[in-house]
Design a protein around this ligand. Structure first.
Ligand code: NAD
Length: 245
């Protein structure tokens, strides 16, 4: 039988893209829920709950998923590290995929970044640059947050090593800092560059998204994959069988 989903954030950019692609993948949108709609009635209808609304809504969506014992796809970004840690504990009570980016290409970028960060010493200054459309509400992007997490883990650094932009006279760059710069403008779907710069050479790993369909297809693929899995939080590396990045 074809899979059905309850789509939360259905009138948003991602919600509309998911709804238009779903039938092509033989997936039915059993309930389309946005602001002002009845969330609890909506999430009860589909086999899998797919949430691309707003980060402040995630806790409530997880609560419903756990009460209904339904698999869940979390697409929203913008949670603080502390918020995410708390939400992960609850989300693990159902089969849940939570990825800051559902595109295949970005998940390969994650794997390449991990590989580079493990080989390159701290003589290679690591900086992450991201650009998104003017309407994006959170910064840095969830994708950038994951790239930063990968670099911090490889270098055994904590979140205090992050430099969110620079201004004034911040002084010379230290070896232990990792820079993050968020650009906003126009209709950019999502660009991410990871840079490792050392005296004499520079490596840049770049991914550019030009169509939201890549996230929507990935999220729908994750919805099919998670249905019937054991409770626990998975990421796109699991869905794609890429191993851990
Ligand atoms: P958007 O602002 O266009 O859409 C969000 C929608 O959610 C809006 O229609 C809004 O009315 C709705 N919404 C807000 N509060 C709600 C509530 N309480 N109940 C139901 N609906 C509610 O944003 P977007 O560009 O579609 O992005 C949505 C989220 O997905 C953002 O957090 C964005 O960063 C994230 N995103 C993730 C990925 C990924 O691959 N993980 C890719 C793109 C976007």
């Amino acid at each position: 039988m074809a899979l059905s989903i309850s789509l939360v954030g259905s009138r948003g950019r991602m919600g509309q893209t998911i709804a238009s692609l779903a039938p092509k993948l033989d997936i039915t949108v059993a309930a389309a829920v946005d602001m002002g709609d009845d969330l609890s009635a909506g999430v009860a209808k589909g086999d899998v709950i797919v949430d691309f609304s707003f980060h402040a809504v995630t806790a409530e969506v997880i609560r419903h998923a756990v009460a209904l014992q339904k698999p869940l796809i979390i697409g929203t970004t913008g949670h603080s590290i502390e918020q995410r840690a708390k939400l992960l504990l609850e989300a693990a009570k159902v089969p849940c995929v939570w990825a800051g980016n559902y595109s295949v290409g970005v998940n390969v970028l994650n794997a390449l970044t991990q590989q580079a960060a493990q080989v390159l010493t701290d003589d290679y200054d690591a900086e992450v640059i991201e650009m998104h459309h003017r309407y994006k509400k959170d910064a840095p992007s969830g994708t950038a947050a994951r790239l930063l997490e990968i670099i911090l883990q490889a270098r055994k650094l904590g979140p205090e090593a992050l430099r969110h932009g620079r201004e004034g006279i911040p002084g010379e760059r230290t070896r232990s800092e990792v820079g993050i710069h968020s650009l906003r403008g126009g209709d950019v779907v999502g660009d991410h560059t990871v840079m490792f710069a050392a005296p004499g050479e520079r490596i840049e790993l770049t991914h550019k998204a030009s169509d939201r369909g890549i996230f929507a297809r990935g999220a729908l693929r994750a919805a099919c994959w998670v249905h019937g899995k054991a409770p626990g939080v998975y990421d796109m590396q699991d869905v794609l069988g890429l191993g851990q990045a």
